[in-house]
Design a protein around this ligand. Structure first.
Ligand code: SIN
Ligand code: FE2
Length: 206
């Protein structure tokens, strides 16, 4: 485990937060979660345009998006089943990187293939913004872009590699952010390549 780099006020980056053994253990736990809660293709509100990432969730609540809008819900949008529980390993990362924050109800699992992207957006479907969003990345490196809290302002980019953690808290909690590209083949962690990003969120006021 290595220390934090404060890239911007409230945006802390923890390169190599999980060592290889920790990444493999988490990868295997996420594999079991995805077997129970199969990845789905989210769709944009109103237009129904599909995202290029696939998603799933674990925890009491999961983030979903379709023609009806963005929301958190306790069940998988296709199977109707409750989301699998959040592994203790993830809760421990939250406790370490978001000390004092109420526990996260949701962990969004984003699955990227080499062509997937995520446009600039804010994470603002939660009722509680005092807790940070805690991010963990597995597999291929991604180019992460972030800006300020207003759309259209200046942005900066850095790479999130396998095992890296990041927190978006304080003045960066509502920062615009997204993924511009995936560096295919940059990691050997996932047999089929690609990238998994996990973001834990506190949803309800805590
Ligand atoms: C997200 O903003 O939901 C995901 C960001 C990432 O994949 O690192
Ligand atoms: Fe996000």
């Amino acid at each position: 485990m290595s220390g934090a780099v404060e890239i911007a006020s409230g945006l802390s980056y923890y390169p190599g937060y999980l060592d290889r053994a920790g990444q493999e253990a988490l990868r295997d736990e996420i594999g079991a979660i995805l077997a129970a809660a199969p990845p789905f293709v989210p769709r944009m509100p109103r237009t129904g345009r599909p995202f290029s990432v696939w998603m799933s969730n674990c925890g009491e609540l999961g983030w979903v998006s379709d023609e009806k809008g963005y929301r958190y819900q306790p069940t998988h949008p296709e199977t109707g089943a409750s989301w699998p529980p959040m592994p203790a390993r993830l809760k421990a990362v939250w406790a370490a990187l978001a000390p004092g924050a109420p526990p996260p109800e949701a962990c969004l699992i984003n699955l990227y293939d080499a062509a997937a992207r995520m446009g600039l957006h804010q994470d603002r479907d939660e009722a509680e913004f005092s807790a940070p969003v805690v991010s963990l990345s597995l597999g291929d490196t991604a180019l992460f872009r972030f800006g300020g809290v207003a759309r259209g302002g200046p942005t900066r980019s850095f790479r999130l590699g396998s095992g890296d953690a990041m927190t978006l808290g304080g003045p960066a909690r509502l920062a615009f952010h997204g993924i511009d590209r995936i560096y295919a083949g940059s990691s050997t962690l996932l047999a089929e390549g690609g990238r998994i990003n996990l973001t834990m969120r506190r949803v309800a006021k805590g």
